[in-house]
Ligand binder design. Structure first.
Ligand SMILES: Cc1cc2nc3c(=O)[nH]c(=O)nc-3n(C[C@H](O)[C@H](O)[C@H](O)COP(=O)(O)OP(=O)(O)OC[C@H]3O[C@@H](n4cnc5c(N)ncnc54)[C@H](O)[C@@H]3O)c2cc1C
Length: 398
């Protein structure tokens, strides 16, 4: 059985960043990922056709200058020179078959009347609806702004804690305000996965964990492989972590089990540039549609192709999704050059999450050899994931 200091389960940015901190500290570290590639919601699909290359994000798409912990890893890994800007194309609404600007749909008098509340109200203890409907006005919130918020985690966000949706963080002045990478965000996952000394095993779905004589025995994968570790890191969605801990830490498993998450059915389509007339957009939000957003690759224009990822509500059949894709893009199915699908998992956060988190931290305080990271702690942005991994690593070292 392979002996390790640390085994990390889950190869999204949370697991990768924690594995990175461990391996850099000289710990023998192995990461096990269910899929055949690392990255999780960092899913940049690489398309090759007739000598032409194109990538399309099926999950996360934008990083910011405020992502300081992520940038530290990017810098140390030597890929700062692959950071590229995103073109300034608009985030637009799609209403009654037409692309419309956000401003054109806002009630400006209502907005002006409500806006001073921005300086009076605090987000703490407020839901997204209760806070933002006072900042932009009830009607603006219901008809326009709420749909943009819903598009962020691809689920209804009325009841999300307002202070966990968008956070203000200190920015790095030497980095573009928002950016991606030459080959998409998954470049970050790939460079971390290639860190010297880090053992990565993909296509290894961990199915059981035992705790024997002070060590964790982690099992999974078709070959039934087993990995032994002094410290266990779970970087999987909360429901998976709960089920893996059920026998060895029932209290923590039960606490994790209180959280909910949404599955996002993401479908990316690639079209020859000449075959589509839709004006360039960063994203389309269509209120009350069967998708939460269409995120486009127009932010990094390509000479041959355009790409669009539809983040659909779960449970739709292929025919329904295809029909809506062709309708919105205004192209027939025969003009769609390539389609790629991915299921992403995003947490459903609720008021009271801070209390949930406090309780979780006090339960973990007694378990220095069990680290939990993911996008369901301080927030779901990429930087929240890396920050969580950094603080869990500090707990291990401290
Ligand atoms: C559509 C979408 C768009 C987004 N856009 C942005 C954005 O632009 N900017 C931003 O900051 N954030 C964005 N986010 C949020 C951010 O990308 C995610 O919160 C973050 O990438 C999650 O990382 P993670 O490692 O915690 O989870 P995940 O990426 O979900 O990784 C978890 C990993 O665990 C693996 N796994 C699960 N079960 C097992 C098992 N039993 N054994 C082994 N492995 C297992 C999974 O395969 C997966 O790879 C977006 C999210 C989505 C879904």
């Amino acid at each position: 059985m392979m002996q390790n200091d640390v085994v990390v389960v889950g190869g999204g940015i949370s697991g990768l960043s924690l594995a990175y901190y461990c391996v850099k500290a000289g710990l023998k570290t192995t990461l096990l990922e269910k899929n055949d590639t690392t990255g999780g919601s960092f899913a940049s699909h690489q398309y090759h056709a007739n000598g032409k290359k194109f990538w399309l994000e099926l999950g996360a798409h934008t990083c910011y200058s405020s992502y300081q912990n992520l940038l530290d890893i990017v810098e140390e890994s030597g890929i700062m020179n692959t950071i590229i800007p995103r073109e300034k194309v608009p985030f637009s609404l799609y209403i009654d078959g037409k692309v419309k600007s956000i401003v054109s749909q806002l009630n400006i008098p209502e907005l002006l009347f409500a806006a001073p509340n921005l300086f009076k109200l605090k987000k703490t203890g407020q839901s997204v609806r209760s806070y933002y409907s006072k900042i932009v006005g009830e009607k603006n919130y219901n008809e326009v702004i709420s749909h943009f918020f819903n598009a962020v985690p691809s689920q209804p966000t009325d009841d999300f804690p307002a202070d966990m949706m968008f956070k203000s963080r200190e920015k790095r002045k030497d980095v573009l305000k928002n950016y991606t990478f030459t080959h998409g965000l998954q470049s970050v996952a790939k460079v971390i996965a290639a860190t010297n000394g880090l053992n990565i095993f993909t296509s290894r779905e961990v199915s059981s964990i035992e705790y024997v004589d002070g060590r964790y025995i982690i099992r999974g994968g078709d070959d039934g492989g087993a990995y032994s570790a002094k410290t266990l890191v779970l970087a999987t969605p909360s429901a998976v972590s709960a089920s893996l801990l059920r026998d060895i830490n029932p209290d923590i498993a039960t606490h994790l089990g209180q959280l909910k998450a949404a599955e996002v059915d993401s479908v990316g389509v690639i079209v020859q540039k000449a075959n589509i007339s839709l004006k360039p957009v960063a994203a389309l939000i269509s209120p009350n549609d069967i998708f939460y957003s269409v995120v486009s690759r127009d932010t990094v224009a390509d000479e041959n192709f355009r790409g669009f990822t539809f983040h659909f509500k779960p449970g739709l059949d292929d025919k329904t999704k295809r029909a809506r894709i062709t309708e919105v893009l205004g192209v027939s199915m025969s003009k769609i050059e390539h389609t790629e699908a991915k299921i992403n998992t995003v947490p459903t956060l609720r008021l009271g999450h801070h209390q949930w988190l406090d309780r979780m931290e006090s339960m973990l305080a007694a378990k220095k050899n069990l680290l939990l990271t993911g996008n369901y702690f301080g927030g779901m942005a990429i930087e929240d994931c890396v920050s969580r991994s950094k603080s869990e690593f500090a707990r291990l070292k401290g």
